[in-house]
Ligand binder design. Sequence first.
Ligand code: FAD
Ligand code: UDP
Length: 371
Amino acid sequence: MYDWLIVGAGFAGSVLAERIASQRDQSVLIIDRRPHIAGNAYDRHDDAGVLMHQYGPHIFHTNSDAIVDYLSQFTEWRPYEHRVLGRIDDKLVPIPINRTTINALYGLDLRTDEEAEAFLASRAEPVEEIRTSEDVVVSKVGRELYEKFFRGYTRKQWGLDPSELDKSVTARVPTRTNEDDRYFTDTHQIMPKHGYTRMFEKMLSHPNIKIMLNADYREIRDIVPHRRLIYTGPIDEFFDFRYGKLPYRSLRFEHRTLEQEQFQETGTVNYPMSEEYTRISEYKHLTGQKHHATTITYEYPSAKGDPYYPIPRPENQALYKKYQALAAETDNVHFVGRLATYRYYNMDQVVGQALAEFRRIQEAVPLWTAP
Ligand code: FAD
Ligand code: UDP
């Protein structure tokens, strides 16, 4: 009899396994239907020996000291500030749009924030109520830049027009009037020094934790006795799609290893206006690895495949709320993580959510004694 069965060995499941094992001294079985731990953050050395990310580039960034302190128990870090260029009209320009981007695209020489601000203001279209992912961008930079940078990329990535998506999606990418060309501005921008998988191995190395891979919850739920359950898979699947499927967006990753030291100038290059893929990422920028070869990944968005992205739009949120109500009525089960709470969360947010859930467990769930 395990005290806890945890479904999913990504950030949500692994943080909770570690906390429960080390702070409550209880037994945990953590399972994953994939053949590895670390969920979507899984990285590995490929056949050529290049450290790469199986499920696309994962860059760690957060403003939370507490989350960095927590993870620092399991890894050292290397500083890394992600930069992204976009191929726009045959030019490679910084994304997010900044002063350098504007000067390069329009052959201008704007020197100050104020000049860039005035340029954008002259193009921005007033929008009464900012509701959609189109509104957010058009109201800041106008229609032309919106079409070049956001419309095509978003249609590819989500299979929807930005006008059909919640504003929170494109609001992830700011617009700048300075020359800061970093993708993120968080106070912590760091990568686990030896990779994510190594960090997860340490997190799960507690003697109270057993790991079972290639194991689907549905196959083992009736044969592994457990007192409580933490579920980090898709919430609609847990309830056998009772109210219908929650839409998720998927990706097909095409990994290539090239016999050359470097393929592109920055960690990621976006293709908002052309190509079927959205972006190409090159891992050596992220990992700092020195190697004669390099590995890159093309991301092709798709409707079919593993659920990677919850799709933020009002009707999906309404459907999720119905599942959330079912979850609230389900005793002894905790739903945590990007898929189980249907939230477009970054890694640090999932760690924060899992640590908060652990605090609730500490308050609400008595420490029973094992028979
Ligand atoms: P997951 O990592 O998805 O883990 C859930 C696990 O549960 C999976 O391993 C799955 O196999 C398992 N599972 C599901 N159902 C079952 C079942 N029935 N039985 C057994 N196992 C099951 N975040 C960032 O902060 N920075 C980034 O740069 C970044 N880049 C990203 C790029 C891409 C392409 C994607 C898709 C995501 C990116 N993210 C990034 C988000 C990040 O991947 C997630 O925030 C994080 O991995 C979520 O952790 P999780 O534990 O909730 O879910
Ligand atoms: N986006 C875009 N063009 C870009 C970059 C982003 O239109 O060059 C939009 C797109 O809708 C994307 C969203 O902004 O899905 C969020 O981008 P982010 O880079 O945060 O996506 P993620 O890394 O989560 O896939």
